[in-house]
Design a protein around this ligand. Structure first.
Ligand code: ADP
Ligand code: MG
Length: 429
């Protein structure tokens, strides 16, 4: 198949990587020693790109290169190399306000569609940690900070209108990656689409019922409309637990190639929805019923802390670091005005909360009925058990999407998750 690649593009092989990096002084210094001593291995477990880890005597780097097609599916699914450009732009934008929560970028090569960045080690992908039952005491704090800082800074509250419009114009062109989300997250689970799959036959009837569930389908389309139309801030666009690398004391968001100006709740929802998926998958990972009770509690506490800390940080930035052209705190400085400002801020955060729940529900649904699934569920070998976990996750997902506005706060959402889980304990799957 012929791909649209710029002159000079070539896909690097393991054997080419050291020679290429030897020509990039900033990276060669990072690695130290001679290029002949650098060890290269391909580690990409993602769906889209090639990722090489390169280690030298002084340190390690990661080289991530886009191919002109989608790795998961192969050459039959072309995908623009320019996604590497958007990923790099997003990484450096995020690094301006949250450098402690992204990998440092050392080099970008537009022709080869590759980025060289810090090798995060001994970090692991958060999703893998959640499956193993590892507690990350600072995860909520770190990710709330990452989201509040990056979303606020790029919103109309954080930057002037002219600057935001310029950035929006740049990211508007990330059409094909947005298109993947538009189809896979908001549409395909609610129709018969190529590539859809689910635990069968256990979920056959459920999948069919979802396809004819009017209110649920409508909610999916309402959220799709927001995704298409609400350019609130530069969002990461794929902030699930497979895009976060962690140690006990460090958390970093990787892989923002889906970044564009979209609704902020899509990022918050991605994280919350994936934590709920992890929550419901736990009963598939315990050796005896109840083994993971404490871990389940920790996941729910983490979800609650993610929202609560995010809400607090975002408001604090609004009050103290406002940089935009709208809702400036000093416009409302006098006494009685303050109440109007506070009410506006409350309403804004409330909308963002309900959006986050709904988008979280969309993300949960697509991981159970759509093309790309999550290891949390896929690694449950017994299909009966897996289907039980997935059914409960789907029930919460529907509630988040259709009835998100009925939740008074995040604690109430966790209570709903807990109630579904309690039902499961009474009637083993
Ligand atoms: P894709 O876009 O193909 O999904 P990712 O950016 O998610 O690629 O990277 C794929 C995998 O490579 C990650 O799951 C992780 O294991 C590893 N990886 C990516 N970036 C880094 C990094 N900076 N440090 C260490 N490992 C990384
Ligand atoms: Mg990835």
């Amino acid at each position: 198949m012929a791909f649209d690649v710029p002159p000079g593009y070539r896909a690097l092989k393991d054997a080419d990587v050291a020679a290429y990096l030897a020509g990039v002084p900033a990276v060669a210094n990072q690695l130290g020693g001679r290029s002949a001593d650098w060890k290269v291995r391909e580690v990409g477990d993602g769906n889209l790109n090639f990722v090489f880890v390169v280690e030298g005597p002084a340190g390690g780097v990661v080289l991530k290169q886009a191919l002109p097609y989608l790795r998961l599916v192969g050459e039959s699914w072309p995908l623009p190399l320019r996604r590497a450009f958007f990923e790099h732009q997003a990484l450096i934008t995020e690094a301006r306000v949250a450098p402690q929560h992204v990998p440092e970028v050392f080099h970008f090569d537009e022709t080869l569609a590759l980025t060289v960045m810090a090798y995060l080690s001994p970090h692991i992908i958060l999703r893998k940690g959640l499956i193993r039952g590892i507690v990350y005491p600072n995860l909520a704090d770190h990710m709330a900070t990452f989201m509040a800082e990056t979303l606020f800074a790029t919103s109309d509250l954080g930057q002037p209108a002219a600057a935001k419009k310029k950035q929006m114009a740049l990211f508007c062109d990330n059409i094909e990656l947005c298109r993947i989300t538009e189809d896979l997250v908001f549409t395909d689970p609610w129709r018969l689409a190529d590539g859809n799959r689910w635990t069968s036959p256990q979920l056959d009837a459920t999948a069919a019922a979802v396809r004819s569930d009017g209110p649920w389908k409508r909610a999916a389309q309402e959220f799709k409309l927001k995704f298409l139309g609400e350019a609130q801030a530069l969002i990461h666009g794929d902030l699930h637990s497979g895009s976060i690398m962690v140690t006990e004391s460090d958390s970093r968001a990787i892989d923002p190639e889906f970044a564009f100006y979209g609704p902020m709740g899509f990022d918050v929802g991605a994280l919350i929805g994936n934590l709920y998926l992890a929550f419901f998958s736990q009963s598939g990972h315990e050796t005896r019923p109840g083994d993971r009770d404490r871990y389940r509690d920790w996941i729910l506490q983490t979800v609650e802390a993610v929202w609560t800390l995010f809400d607090g940080r975002f408001r604090a930035l609004w009050n103290k670091a406002h940089g935009g052209d709208v809702f400036m705190p000093d416009l409302f400085s006098s006494g009685p005005d303050q109440a109007a400002f506070d009410a506006a801020q409350d309403a804004y955060m409330r909308r963002l909360f309900v959006d986050s729940l709904g988008f979280g529900g969309c993300k949960m649904t697509r991981r159970i009925l759509g093309l790309a699934h999550v290891e949390d569920m896929e690694s449950i070998a017994d299909p009966e058990r897996r289907a039980g976990c997935e059914q409960r996750a789907l029930r919460l997902a529907r509630t988040l999407m259709v009835d998100g506005a009925t939740f008074t706060d995040i604690k109430a959402v966790s209570e709903a998750a807990r109630a579904l889980q309690r039902e499961a304990a009474r009637v083993p799957a």
